[in-house]
Design a protein around this ligand. Structure first.
Ligand code: HEM
Length: 201
């Protein structure tokens, strides 16, 4: 047990939460928030890549979709599978799990001098957010009001090159009363610390 029932997950827990890091990284890999063809670059001089001549002025894309379909690294690339970062049988597995998986140098953030400067932010804040959601809630499929059976998850994505999911419904159930009280207490404590906080009336 890393966190326990008596407190919320914090940044200090991140090294002990490889599964949460894997969930975040796999989400970013599976459905990039950036165009699936990467950010376009224009060559300012003639260049060669292996046997390919690429003339000055060519527009190049680092094709994230194709890179993440490379079977040598991602044998089941089309599947959302956080285990690929956690299990030694996967080619993407790396130790120690107190550090990996992380987002440093990850394809989804681009390459070279213009690569995304905020992988460090993404490694931390969304990880703690996901850890807190998992700490607080059982997240379940919606129930059909007539049959009382779980409805299948039907997540659709916007038809754009950098799609986000369309709204879908799910059930968030607080895991227990103690956690419900702690969430309210923590929120009040954080509001008091926030110099920009304005109480809604
Ligand atoms: C899941 C989270 C994110 C992903 C996948 C992502 C991905 C990317 C990608 C692919 C690029 C283009 C890199 C290239 O040209 O090769 C980029 C650029 C950039 N990103 Fe992010 N990013 C993320 C989060 C953030 C956050 C949280 C910030 C700021 C707080 C940020 C700020 C920037 C900036 C300023 C650039 C432009 C850098 C430049 O052109 O020199 N990104 N990002």
């Amino acid at each position: 047990m890393v966190v326990g029932k008596d407190r919320l997950p914090t940044f200090k827990d991140i090294p002990q939460l490889p599964t949460v890091r894997a969930v975040v990284k796999e989400g970013i890999r599976h459905r990039s928030i950036v165009a699936e063809l990467g950010i376009a670059r224009k060559l300012d001089q003639d260049d060669w890549h292996e046997e390919y001549f690429i003339p000055k002025g060519t527009i190049l894309h680092s094709n994230f979709s194709a890179i993440f379909s490379d079977r040598t690294l991602y044998p089941d690339g089309s599947v959302y599978n956080p285990a690929r970062w956690l299990g030694p049988s996967y080619p993407t597995y790396r130790e120690p799990l107190s550090i990996y998986p992380n987002l440093t140098g990850f394809t989804s953030f681009g390459y070279g001098r213009r690569a995304c400067p905020r992988t460090n932010f993404t490694d931390r804040t969304p990880t703690v957010m996901v850890a807190r959601l998992a700490w607080a809630f059982n997240i379940k499929k919606q129930i059909d009001p007539v049959t009382r059976k779980e409805l299948p998850l039907n997540i659709k994505y916007e038809p754009t090159p950098n799609p986000k999911p369309e709204p879908f419904s799910a059930r968030f159930e607080v895991r227990d009363e103690q956690r419900a009280k702690m969430i309210t207490k923590e929120k009040e404590k954080e509001d008091l610390k926030d110099p920009l906080f304005v109480e809604k009336r």
